[in-house]
Design a protein. Sequence first.
Length: 155
Amino acid sequence: MILRTLILLVAFVLPLSAGEKPAPAFSLQTAEGKTVDLKSLKGKVVVVNFWATWCPPCRAEIPGMLEVYEKYRAKGLEIVGISLDRDGWKSVTPFVQKMKIVYPVVLGDDNLSKAYGGIQFIPTTFIIDRKGNIIDDHTGGLSKDAFEAMVVKGL
């Protein structure tokens, strides 16, 4: 009986822990008023990156993210930067322009942070597969090579 229970647990629980956790949905607007809806990105590999303009590791990883985005965008990669800056677009808009960020950037809040497990530290990055499931995540800054390796797993 115990062995049978263990087999059932392995059969039903492991697939969920191995990348079958649906990504929390969101629909947010960019500074330009364009809606970024996670559901509409289904079929793409989506990187959700929680960050802030005042965060040194966040700023350091953006150039590498831009390079990887340019390299894999045509293969179905999308990045959504979710800023957690408290003063909103006042800080974010000039920063996005200065850094020449070409992927969508939106403003997050406590509810979205909680939906993604309670973002404690930034940057925090999630990789969402083409089916809408979180397949990888990382807290802390990422080098270009480490970020690219995460992205390639999803492609």
